[in-house]
Design a protein around this ligand. Structure first.
Ligand code: PLP
Length: 376
């Protein structure tokens, strides 16, 4: 099996599993309980929060644990809208955001909010000038991700944050794809979301940072967990595994990024050279080291995906959340690519356990698969 879908999820790191194990077996107290079982669990959560906040360069008091990136985005967008009701009802998002934000904003439109989407260039980058033009006096929330999950293209977050600060608008950056890969400091924002399963941590755990004097209302009402802003029993093992995985990811980021980037570049060069009618979407613009989004003329991305799957190679045609649906990629469409190029796109995302041999096997399989599909 060759796994080339690390933007969708990564395998759990063995060390993270070992760090989590006690909190799934012997140290099983509820972190809100007052007895010693509870205190042991609560201490683990405190250490995990401090470790993650330290890595992010933020205060632990501003870091809220969530079930992942989707909940972080929902909480930020809906929570900030709820807390700024008197100020306005306008939301600005890049058109290439993950559904976690796009769907949240559409939910808010049912309550009288207006949504403006900012399209990227053909290279997949959203410009700060375009974001500035979209902001109105009644704008309460701007969201632009650090790197797109389909193309891997990095966004000019520092410039966009500067615009939002000047205009006094809350800026949220979905850092799900860059957490553990590139420093959080490269993507400053008022609100930041991340998800552990993208950096070899457990699925179903993530976090939301909300800084400064910004306030938000809670999405999940319940107990007083997360300082009353996110009810629900804390996933203690998740917090421990997330902290372990994030620390390890950054400790090895230089080595892993260089390895993954070399694998990806070698793969892309071979595909573009050895298979006619192939196009790297987003071009050679600044992108995540792991990502290659390639369109194949005369092919349907889904056909390639299934044919590779039969050969034991796992890839994606877009974000995992939209697979199963036949709607074309909203990201490639927003970049202005024509329908055929959008339909023919396949996303390959490399990870730390992939090898050169696996990349070569995939190129050879692609040559065969693409020839067959084109011959049909
Ligand atoms: N944001 C981005 C950019 C993503 O790639 C994903 C997952 O694919 C999410 C948010 C959702 O994160 P989670 O799976 O933790 O809900």
């Amino acid at each position: 099996m060759i796994y080339l879908d690390h933007a969708a999820t990564t395998p759990l790191d063995g060390g993270a599993l070992e760090a989590m194990r006690p909190y799934l077996t012997t140290v099983y107290g509820n972190a809100s309980s007052q007895h010693s079982y509870g205190r042991a669990a609560a201490n683990a959560v405190i250490s995990a929060r401090d470790k993650i906040a330290g890595i992010m360069g933020v205060s632990s008091d501003n870091l809220y644990f969530t079930s992942g990136g989707t909940e972080a985005g929902n909480t930020a967008l809906k929570g900030v809208c709820a807390a700024t009701r008197g100020k306005g009802r306008h939301i600005v998002l890049s058109a290439i955001e993950h559904p976690a934000l796009l769907s949240s904003a559409r939910d808010m439109c049912a309550y009288g909010y207006e949504l403006t989407l900012v399209n990227p260039s053909e290279n997949g980058e959203v410009s700060a000038e375009d974001v500035a033009r979209a902001i109105r006096p009644d704008t309460v929330f701007v969201g632009v991700m650090s790197a797109n999950n389909e193309t891997g293209i990095l966004q000019p977050v520092k410039d966009i944050y500067a615009v939002c600060r000047e205009r006094g608008v809350f800026f949220y950056c979905d850092c799900v794809q860059t957490a553990g890969v590139l420093p959080f400091a490269d993507f400053p924002a008022d609100g930041i979301g991340f998800s552990a399963h993208k950096f070899y941590g457990p699925k179903g755990f993530g976090g939301l940072y909300v800084g400064g004097n910004h306030v938000f209302k809670r999405l999940l009402s319940g107990g007083e967990q997360e300082r009353g802003l996110r009810g629900g029993t804390t996933f203690v093992a998740g917090a421990v595994g997330c902290a372990y995985a994030l620390e390890k990811a950054y400790a090895n980021a230089d080595v892993n990024n260089a390895k993954v980037c070399a694998l990806r570049d070698g793969f892309v060069n071979r595909v573009l050279k050895e298979i006619d009618g192939t196009h790297l979407n987003g071009g050679s613009y600044g992108r995540l080291p792991s990502n290659a989004n390639i369109s194949f003329d005369g092919c349907d991305g889904e056909q390639i995906l299934f044919a590779l799957d039969l050969r034991g190679i796992a890839v994606s045609t877009g974000s995992a959340c939209s697979s199963g649906a036949v709607t074309p990629s909203h990201v490639l469409t927003a970049m202005g690519l024509d329908e055929k190029r959008v339909k023919g796109a396949v996303r390959f995302t490399f990870g730390k356990y992939n090898t050169e041999e696996e990349a070569d096997i995939t190129v050879n399989a692609l040559k065969e698969v693409v020839r067959k599909i084109r011959g049909l």
